[in-house]
Design a protein around this ligand. Structure first.
Ligand SMILES: N[C@@H](CCC(=O)N[C@@H](CS)C(=O)NCC(=O)O)C(=O)O
Ligand code: FES
Length: 152
């Protein structure tokens, strides 16, 4: 997962002081770090969210595909974090960042155990193949085996 590693590195750099640089945009870019592209803030937020939550669905409230994806996890009794991009002021920037990370800016964009698994269709297919729950359980196991104080 080369992508995950590089984004994580970006996250750390972005956090260690370039938050305001990212907000300042172009001017800040010339001053410094390689992480102050306009996508940096959403990118690092996405990275943090997918590492903190076993299931994350980037969604829009009006989208039926997104409803179907959420219902799939509800029916499996799997809790998830839904990020409703149409309710975020910077939703479009999040979609740009998701495009960079996954190759598409459509919704839903679904992550399990820190990894992008696809949109609604892909997720349903994974479930039909019996591969979705094992991914979720892998994540639960990983989180429960963390030392106390390290869990979220
Ligand atoms: N096959 C994809 C379809 C995804 C798709 O076409 N999503 C539409 C909404 S249903 C979309 O994101 N349109 C652009 C947008 O809302 O920004 C999936 O299952 O997720
Ligand atoms: S199904 Fe229409 S916006 Fe997703």
């Amino acid at each position: 997962m080369i992508w995950r590693r590089s984004v994580l590195a970006g996250t750390r750099l972005a956090r260690s002081g370039s938050g305001s640089a990212a907000r300042l945009g172009g001017a800040a870019c010339r001053m410094g770090t390689s992480t102050s592209s306009p996508e940096a803030a959403p990118l690092s937020q996405i990275q943090e969210t997918i590492s903190d939550n076993c299931v994350v669905i980037y969604s829009k409230t009006s989208c039926s595909y997104c409803h179907m994806a959420k219902k799939l996890f509800q029916d499996m009794n799997v809790s998830y974090k839904a990020v409703e991009l149409d309710l975020l002021e910077s939703g479009s920037q999040f979609q740009d960042a998701l495009d960079k990370m996954t190759g598409e800016r459509t919704v839903p964009r679904i992550f399990v155990n820190g990894t992008f698994i696809g949109g609604a269709t892909d997720t349903h297919r994974l479930h039909q193949e019996g591969k979705l729950l094992p991914l979720v359980h892998q994540c639960y196991l990983k989180k429960s085996s963390r030392p106390v104080g390290d869990s979220v």
